[in-house]
Design a protein. Structure first.
Lengths: 244, 244
DNA sequence: ACCTGAACACCGTTCAAGT
DNA sequence: ACCTGAACACCGTTCAAGT
């Protein structure tokens, strides 16, 4: 799938590029079709049956339309996927909020995490495409605002946000899935089967390890550790060699 | 691909399970074939051409063997992929090391990150499969040892390691790719094209944001923030309400 | 102008057959 | 016992044709 992605950027012409960022084709639609309807249906399919279930054929079938009709609205499947990611990212809450910067930042990242939890397949989609669309950058803007207001330089704010975002994506992509009951039981069994001589500590921590692997609340632990660590650097920097 | 994964665990019988964890079939090999050779070739293919290039047909072609011959060594492609992940994880450095626990933990996670950087496709493979094989758990054992020695309870050690691991995976999966020169230029352009009124801070931080997105060293920033945050919790816990 | 079936070049895997 | 080609049920996408 991603082999196709990497093979066809095709450097858009300036004028064409501008058009491409908003509505690409959007034909007149003899059937009731629209880009929005296609995206909504794709998201429904994604949430219900996962990333692998989102094929052009099945999406078309769901819309009761010929497969090739979709290609009148999105030139390639990739284009549809990018639009999907942008749309979902665009719904993440970025209210200004109030209070200390640490609390505001915490709130923001929990909103990102919540969006991931609601649409797990979207996280997978973001793996290979470093999408920098407007919808996806709303969160970045908000985070940068909070961090710069707190006293971080633009460079440090950008780096700090990066660690928060990558941690959040990591948790969503590799962390516990929402149903994860069965996973936990399997984890316990796998850990219990380890040779005690080579895994002395883990053998004594089977339950604790399995719980940590299944526990959604570990997200907040890491998030708070990161934010605390960033705060230390902020105050250390201000004291140590003064901000310019 | 992963639809197939989820559809066929098939609960092994106890005796069968034991056999399955080591050598599954390993036929006598009239050609010079072996599970090891297949895995080595698969890893070479993966590193050279990426995850999508690793198809059973192409792997067989590379080995100058009929496609179906591979199925004599691995029952399914998934089985081959799991073996691949386990083998690569098994090579991560987990020397005991010395010094303060923070430095040892830092070293360990940098080793994990290094392995990811060397085999990016392996990170993708670990997305959907929460593999708990012996090879992959060596790092866990080492991390738990370090954290427990430092004074964390087994539960807190397991949770702490979890945040470190998920951050590391997040960075490797969603962070800058190793070549990423071109990405950076494209990022700058995308950020510069944002409407200044809706993105006032980001518009002023185009270069800083693009640099942070391309910078491998941001990994250490987040890693150190996390470890510092964990340390705060360790000492706070020891002072606050004493360890049992 | 809008929609679409057939076809092409791919997948993983089953099955029956080769030696 | 070991190996494998043909076949099946899928992909994304091109192309030429329908209305």
């Amino acid at each position: 799938m991603s082999a196709n992605v990497s093979s066809t950027p095709r450097a858009l012409q300036p004028r064409e590029a501008r058009a491409a960022t908003r509505e690409v084709l959007e034909p007149g639609s003899r059937l009731g079709l629209s880009r929005k309807l296609i995206l909504d249906t794709a998201l429904k399919l994604l949430d219900r049956d996962g990333l692998d279930a989102l094929t052009m054929r099945r999406l078309a079938e769901e819309l009761e339309v010929g497969t090739m009709t979709l290609y009148g609205y999105f030139r390639r499947k990739d284009e549809l996927l990018d639009a999907l990611v942008d749309a979902v990212a665009g719904r993440i809450a970025v209210e200004p909020g109030q209070g200390f910067w640490k609390a505001r930042l915490r709130e923001l990242m929990i909103g990102v995490r919540k969006s991931h939890a609601e649409h797990p397949a979207i996280v997978e989609l973001r793996l290979r495409r470093p999408l920098v669309s407007a919808g996806a950058l709303r969160v970045t803007e908000q985070a940068m605002t909070i961090l710069c207001d707190a006293g971080f330089s633009r460079r440090e704010a950008a780096r700090a946000y990066r660690t928060l975002l990558l941690y959040t994506f990591g948790f969503s992509a590799f962390g516990p899935s929402d149903h994860g009951q069965r996973d936990s039981q399997q984890t316990v069994e796998a850990l219990a089967a380890l040779p005690r001589d080579r895994f002395p500590v883990l053998s004594e921590s089977v339950v604790e390890a399995a719980e940590a692997m299944a526990d959604q609340s570990v997200f907040e632990l890491g998030l708070d550790c990161l934010i605390d660590g960033l705060e230390q650097r902020l105050t250390a920097g201000a004291r140590g060699h003064g901000a310019p």
